[in-house]
Design a protein around this ligand. Structure first.
Ligand code: 2M8
Length: 447
């Protein structure tokens, strides 16, 4: 199948670096102008991976800036607010989260109270691997500096946020990274917002993006309400488990955690620390993903709804993400890749790129609404890495090719219609630029 290629790759590489530099604030990179004016958690990991390809000092500063927002219990917030940006530029902003009311929050840094997928240890290791020989000492020093913070994050997820099998739960769709995915609809649809619980607020996102690309008002109310439930416990991870209507174990969140746990073991070796506890964590997480989240009938993984004690059944990209978990059973990995190739409707459509974030044949598919169908560069990047890890290079090449062609045609947009007709969300989106740079650099290295 032929796809339009658009601008030559060399031009796109120059543009990608220019976008990251435009979005640089002096200490970190915003995901995109207007829509996302602060520093986001997992965006930072992806951005640092791309930026490390040509600008190590900023890539390191970026990571350290995020970890300035880490809480004393190890929690790494999903947003670190920039005090130079007006507090009402983004909702929910610092006034809403009231992190300064929590004993765990850092002094003098305003943050949100939720977290996001822990990509940071593998991002730090990726940065180290692409360091030039001349930078090797500096890079080791950076890993040494970051190691205790990474270790604290992983201990937090293990000790405060995991059930008996060792899988971490998310208590808000924003923690999944796949925020508005139909994957959560079952559990999220049960969230009833009691009258009078929401503050008066204005949706800033709708002022900076087309409402057709963004969540509905009803869903946004639920997002805000779930945040209030957690905030009003004083961000108490024990009490919230009893109170919140939304508590889910996501395959992607845990697979990323397992990848980062393995990276942490390597980092520990590089900086002369003991990484055995993270090797044990990683092994436990992967075995629990296989035992609890694998669905034989569909040959893929599904999130587990801890509130009603069942595996959920919406077909989303979350189902394939255990491919990034090191040591996943080889037979399950092979079957997951087979099932990935039949999940999208490319078999029956003339034009369809790998891999939509939601099944295009599923009734809730929406080619333009965020996380309800479009292709994102970061999910393609993750699966590209996962497929390489299990030796599925043909699928990995297609996932990479999709990013090249969609970016070549539409530029560095936040997300893309899987049928290649349009791009949506923010423009000049940082992780699209950063991961394009990384994919291109690795293609060149492979010769
Ligand atoms: C989106 O999420 C934020 C809330 O965290 C939003 O919609 O305002 C998601 O795509 C999330 O995964 C991402 O980290 C964030 C910034 O790019 O935007």
């Amino acid at each position: 199948m032929g796809h339009a290629t658009g601008a030559p790759r060399a031009d796109r590489l120059t543009q990608a670096r220019a976008i990251l530099d435009e979005n640089w604030t002096g200490s970190s990179t915003i995901p995109a102008p207007g829509l996302y004016p602060h520093q986001w958690n997992w965006d930072t990991g992806f951005i640092a991976i791309g930026r490390a390809r040509w600008d190590r000092p900023r890539a390191e500063a970026e990571m350290l800036s995020l970890f300035r927002g880490q809480w004393a219990n190890g929690m790494l917030p999903h947003i670190v607010f920039n005090p130079a940006v007006p507090t009402d530029a983004y909702f929910p902003g610092p006034d809403f989260w009231q992190s300064d009311g929590s004993a765990n929050a850092p002094n003098g840094v305003m943050t949100s109270g939720l977290t996001q997928p822990p990509v940071h240890a593998f991002a730090a290791l990726e940065m180290h691997r692409c360091a030039a020989n001349a930078d090797a000492d500096r890079s080791r020093g950076f890993l040494r500096q970051l190691f205790p913070a990474l270790a604290a994050l992983h201990r937090y997820l293990r000790d405060e946020r995991s059930g008996p099998e060792g899988l971490a739960f998310i208590l808000h769709p924003w923690e999944s990274g796949l925020d508005n995915s139909p994957a959560w609809d079952e559990a999220f649809g049960r969230v009833h917002v009691p009258e009078g619980t929401l503050p008066a607020f204005e949706r800033r996102d709708l002022m900076n993006a087309d409402p057709r690309d963004r969540p509905s008002d009803e869903d946004y109310d639920r997002f805000v309400y779930l945040s209030i439930v957690y905030r009003d416990t004083g961000y108490d991870d024990v009490r919230v488990r009893e109170l919140t209507p939304f508590l889910v174990e996501s395959p992607m969140f845990n697979a990323i955690r397992a990848w980062s746990a393995a990276a942490l073991v390597e980092i520990a070796g590089i900086v002369g620390e003991d990484g055995r506890e993270f090797a044990e964590d990683g092994e436990r997480i992967v075995r629990a993903i296989e035992a609890k989240l694998w669905e034989q009938r569909h040959a893929r993984f599904f999130p587990f709804d801890l509130r009603d004690g069942h595996r959920m059944n919406h077909h989303s990209i979350d189902s394939f993400m255990p491919l990034v978990a090191p040591g996943l059973d080889a037979e399950l990995a092979r079957r997951t890749v087979d099932s990935l190739r039949t999940y999208h409707d490319c078999a029956i459509r003339e034009r369809c790129f790998l891999l939509p974030t939601y099944d295009p044949l599923g009734g809730d598919f929406d080619m333009r609404r965020y996380w309800r169908g479009p292709i994102w560069a970061n999910t393609n990047w993750l699966l590209e890495r996962g497929c390489r890890l299990v030796g599925e290079h043909r699928t990995a090449d297609e996932l990479r090719g999709a990013v090249f062609e969609l970016v070549g045609t539409f530029g560095f947009r936040e997300y893309f219609d899987p049928h290649g007709t349009a791009a949506y969300g923010a423009d000049r989106f940082s992780w699209t630029a950063a991961l394009f740079l990384d994919l291109a650099a690795r293609l060149d290295e492979a010769g």
